[in-house]
Write a protein that binds this ligand. Structure first.
Ligand SMILES: *Cc1c(COP(=O)(O)O)cnc(C)c1O
Length: 496
């Protein structure tokens, strides 16, 4: 079955997947959604016998129907190889009666690697299919994590360049070191003298600048984005939920056809939407549990049907979830109003203009698969401590948001369905917060360096390469630019 994509706002229809990946966002500002959901073609028992790559192929081929088998398998094989530090790619670990799906074994030790290690290959393949011979240049503004994961994915991928802008004084010391030491001849990093919003606005301006696009095109370069709304990020994420299910069968924890719950620590709503897509193609999921930190816009939305971003922005120990506008929610809104693009566009207009919209009771009734709750900072620390004390297993603060929400849900609902928790970052990425939760008196006074060694002792988990690298790697990127000069910097870097 061929699957085509439409914009959630009605401006584009019948778009093949390769085009949707190249474009990222639809021309009308909407998000690409599949016109229908295909169904898994192999049995769960067969899936349970497959390795990550073969299983990912079975899931991704359903959505990316204009890629040939050879093309798609080549993308998958290039992405999910020894750059992951375990052969399972995404292992499942049981602790405190839940199954933690470890999505942090890639290059930057966070779950965004799962999608960003394959996106460059999907994009260059899509360009070839569409007879585009230009080099693809990714422009990205980052508040810390996404830019690094995107660079790690695109580094030295033939036919691509990547330029990342980060706020000079707005990222953590570890994040900054990770970026300025990035390897790869095609990677470019720019510290800007402004905040993340300035960087983001500057990048958006460049995407809309016709002269820049023309001048780039004359040099056979075209710009693209690696944003989390890209279909090429969403589809690879659906694969690991099916893989988690297959691992549960393999280990004997469930039988093919049994239901599971999935709990996801949520920010931009991309990861949990992928779990929802996995359900649509036939994964037996009972509840999708949407876990937020104190920026609990989504919890309120699922409880009341009102999305309201007008509230204080709270800085938490799970910074990748400090988000007040979850862009991927637009895809669920579209689905829940019966795929009505006009209605979806109207809600998004309200959100832009007033920061708020309210869905109808009928739409709300369509969201019954979801449970939503949030965790306070104290609860997050308590969950890290509990899992450590019970199981000697150390989880990061993002994962702890989900664990805390899930433990409370299980107790209050009595729902004992086997539950997968998306474990989205290595504790090493947030060593200070993790050790503070485990024993503040003992660890708080240590330097960052000492903490990595302490975490090694506490967890028994080897210090990942990503951490070893930043300890020793030389600084390669020293460019600093003002917000006004961002475009000038891009032109210089690309020779246009
Ligand atoms: C990005 C991120 C999240 C949130 O994922 P969304 O797809 O944006 O909901 C959660 N945890 C970590 C560690 C992340 O980097």
């Amino acid at each position: 079955m061929q699957v085509f994509y439409s914009s959630t706002r009605g401006g584009e229809k019948g778009v093949p997947s390769s085009r949707a990946i190249l474009n990222g966002l639809a021309g009308d500002g909407g998000l690409y959604v599949p016109d229908s959901f295909p169904a898994l073609e192999v049995s769960f028992d067969d899936l349970a016998r497959m390795d990550y790559r073969d299983l990912a192929y079975e899931v991704m081929k359903l959505f990316l129907t204009d890629f040939t088998e050879e093309e798609l398998r080549s993308c998958i094989n290039h992405a999910y190889d020894s750059k992951f530090d375990v052969p399972e790619i995404a292992p499942l670990r049981k602790a405190d009666g839940a199954y933690f799906l470890e999505l942090f074994h890639g290059k930057t030790i966070a779950f965004k690697d799962m999608a960003l290690s394959i996106l460059p290959y999907l994009m260059t393949t899509a360009a070839r299919k569409n007879k585009i011979s230009n080099r693809i240049c990714i422009l990205t503004a980052t508040s810390g994590d996404t830019g690094k994961a995107a660079m790690a994915g695109f580094a030295d991928v033939p036919g691509t360049e990547i330029i990342v802008f980060f706020p000079k004084d707005g990222v953590s010391p570890v994040q900054k070191r990770q970026m300025v030491t990035q390897k790869g001849k095609n990677t470019h990093v720019v510290a800007i003298t402004g905040n993340f919003d300035d960087a983001q606005t500057g990048v958006k301006k460049m995407f809309g600048d016709r002269q820049l696009a023309e001048d780039a095109s004359a040099k056979e370069i075209q710009f693209s984005s690696a944003n989390s709304i890209n279909v090429g990020r969403l589809v690879p994420q659906a694969a690991y939920y099916v893989y988690a299910y297959a691992q549960l069968i393999r280990s004997g924890a469930i039988k093919a056809g049994d239901s599971i719950n999935i709990t996801v620590p949520t920010g931009n709503f991309g990861n949990i939407l992928a779990a929802y897509y996995a359900k649509q193609i036939g994964l037996p999921v009972k509840k999708l549990i949407c876990a937020s930190n104190q920026n609990n816009v989504l919890t309120d939305f699922f409880h009341t049907g009102i999305y309201d971003r007008n509230r204080p922005f709270i800085l938490t120990t799970s910074p990748s979830m400090d988000i007040l506008v979850s862009s991927n929610l637009e895809r669920l809104i579209y689905q829940s109003c019966g795929r009505d693009a006009e209605k979806t566009a109207a809600f998004m207009k309200q959100l832009r203009e007033t920061g708020r919209y309210e869905i109808t009771d009928k739409m709300k009734a369509e969201l019954g698969d979801f449970v939503a709750e949030f965790s306070s900072e104290d609860e997050v620390a308590a969950a890290i401590r509990k899992v450590y004390e019970d199981e000697h297993y150390v989880i990061d603060p993002h994962t702890a948001v989900a664990a805390s929400v899930y433990f409370r849900y299980r107790e209050e609902s009595g729902d004992e369905t086997p539950t997968v928790i998306a474990s989205t970052a290595s504790p090493y990425k947030f060593a200070r917060a993790v050790l503070h939760a485990i024993d503040a008196g003992k660890f708080d006074s240590m330097t960052d360096e000492e903490q990595f060694d302490a975490l090694h002792e506490v967890s028994g988990v080897k210090i990942p390469n990503a951490i070893e690298e930043i300890r020793t790697a030389p600084v390669r990127h020293k460019t600093v630019s003002s917000v006004e000069d961002m475009q000038k910097t891009v032109r210089e870097m690309l020779g246009i």
